[in-house]
Design a protein around this ligand. Sequence first.
Ligand code: KIV
Length: 257
Amino acid sequence: MKKKIFDFIKKKNKKKLVCLTAYSKNIAKILDKYCDLILVGDSLANVLYGMSNTRSITLDMMIKHSTSVSLGVKKAISVVDMPKNTYNNKSQAILNAKKIIRKSKCDAVKIESNYKNSNIIKAMTKAGIEVMGHIGYTPQFKNKFRPQGIKRKEQKKLLADALLIQKAGAFAIVLECIEIKSALLITNKLNIPTIGIGSSKYCDGQILVTDDMLGLSGFYPKFVKKYVNLNLIIEKSIQKYMRDITKELFPKKNNSY
Ligand code: KIV
């Protein structure tokens, strides 16, 4: 197991893990100073490409963005989401994950997971690939948003899935929109870190889509904390630029050759 990933796992119960998404180098470079893990999420389908879900993103698109991200990352763990239908069976998953890691130089891949594909995770980790699991609300497979793990039966199933994914060799699991008590139970029962999004503070770490928390995406469900309204800041700068040009205040002599 690579040292970076080993250190990440060791932080469970010692420090809260800080994780965010990035789709390009410049943002990744800023995140790298503060984050334990940077995810090239397939949320880029919605956030960058305006798709209505994450299912149409391709392997090549994920590789292009993760190659850009890894140029900005020196210390954090970099993880790439595998698109839907690129990990349908063991050999396909291994081939595609190796391609992502070889081309992008990122450290690991994430797959939306449950008991059905834990055997695929097992084959991937046996082949030397670092895999992050993802349970709860999994956008590649669920059509309608609904918080997960509210009913006792669902809670038991999520815990069983998480334990199987851990046994298969995953180094961490994203818990997406999982009810508070279920998130706490899963976090306490696992030896690997749980990274929550919309899953309460009872996870070993947290992740958000960076464009959401910066106020860029226009998507602010209740689990998002908006730290700044970048949309407004950008708009004000563009207005100033427009004014400068129309009033001939820019470019000045010192901007010219
Ligand atoms: O695609 C993504 O950005 C994700 C996070 C929401 C965890 O999977």
